[in-house]
Design a protein. Sequence first.
Length: 579
Amino acid sequence: MNKKYVILLLCLSSLFCLTACNSWIEEDPESEITDERVGDSNEAAAEWLTGTYSKWIDDMFRWGYFPRVLEFDADYISGPDWLFGTFGAGNFQGESDVTDALWKGCYGMIGRCNNAQRHIQAMEKISAATKNNAIGELKFMKAFAYFLIVRAYGDCPIQPEEETTDYNQPRQSVAAVYDYIIKNLEEATAQMYKNTDASYQKGHANAGSAAGLLAKVYATMASAAMPEGTEITVRTGPAYTGTSSSRKYAPLQDIVLKKTAVVGYTDFNAATLYGKSAEWAKKLIDGEYGTYELLPYDKLWAKESATASEFMFSVGSVSGDAVYKNAVHSQYEGYKTSQGSDFIQSGGWVGCSRHWYDLFDHDDYRITKGVKHRWRAYTQEATNTGFFYPYTDEYSIMATGFDLSGTWVADPSGIYADGVSYYYSMDSQCLAFTTKYMDVTNDAIENADANWPFLRFADVLLIYAEAQNELGNASDAVTYLNKVRERSNAAGATIDGLSTIEARRSAILEERAKELACEADRRWDLIRWGIYLDAMNAIGGTDDSGVLKSRVSRNLLFPIPAQELNTNKAITSNNPGWN
């Protein structure tokens, strides 16, 4: 969000906040801004939009619940057990991440969208283009919120668009919710500005955002509808071999998983839905909804690229602000003792497992540049030490001069030849920490201005590759898979090397795990493909950091919050396995 909106956001935030006086899907009438208070003008429509966008930050990201609630329950993601807590260990009941962030936060967003849409629709003194675009942006945000909800909870209420006092809304079927999502997104593509239009404002969602999300929505439905027994190979397995005193990292295993039915999706037609996914993705790729491109890797995660076309929908924050903030930089990178310092004061906890790191080609930029290979905590300054990653002969020799067997090989060289004694710790202190969120305005403050990428063009390209593969178009599937791989200096895939539909399916899903790591996609990919339980349990208990990864069937859906059950009389039971 542009800084010029900060004052406006601060003024509107208290007026737009929705309280949970009854059901969390209820709009608080005292929060409404009347026409007399805002007015009837292009500027007034912009204020309604700004107040609605602000919900993503205050309070969905503000308290650190996002992206944690979408991210921490997956096979390749890890961190200290105190941070991952009971939620990261698979106990979702009563967790604020699930209640305050996802259910309450998304329904609060939907309530704001409906409220703003009614007021903007009633305006008579604004241009048709302004009205259409504003309503289109609201429909996009509403659809996105429902997409987050339906993936996590299954059947869920659809909040009435019109004003009503009846907030005892029953759960609607998964199919009905997706129909509503698709309707809103299709209408949004026709109403919103393209990113090439003169009136388009950078940082806002646009027609391409809606088209890209449509492609992802259709692919989610399609993959979940694929037949039981559909095979996918996942490279995973136990984290370690040996005893606690002599443990070593276990090599990756190729484990063939067979899809189980995804509740709520079994009546969908996978081929038809993949056809729609491919159609919308191709419209976007061909420029029907604006211009989109993959950024060069060295520019991809630069702060200056936050509003580039690859980032089709992302949520930003304001550097150092106490309200419009997020915890992304702190949790993934850690903030420094002083700006530009070598020493992390706090944070930098969330990373990926060694099995994830081992998925990559040796020279893939996503690990050579996209993973931290050395870093230092403030406690290491006095001892002149630091950490190195990964724990391989190559990096151990570079950092210490010794290989993993303890044999002296050579003096440390290159970037490690700085007089610091680097070492490795086989726990949560040393993970594959991403560099995606490193570039911020001030890296020495807890509330740095990292952007969170909800939807990228690379995601859409991989969705298109997936759809084409399932439709039997091997050449297109490999071509678009390679567009993402080649950007990162990874070796190109070939049809000869991926000679079956199963091999290509597995390769595309793995590419998503690599490309979209630490972007809150992995759990939902495993869920939609019906392999979540098997993938999590293949780890064999705990991961690199000791985080419990064992899961049971109740983990397939999040529990509906107790407060919603207690106040919404139309919902009479929770998801299976939850009280």
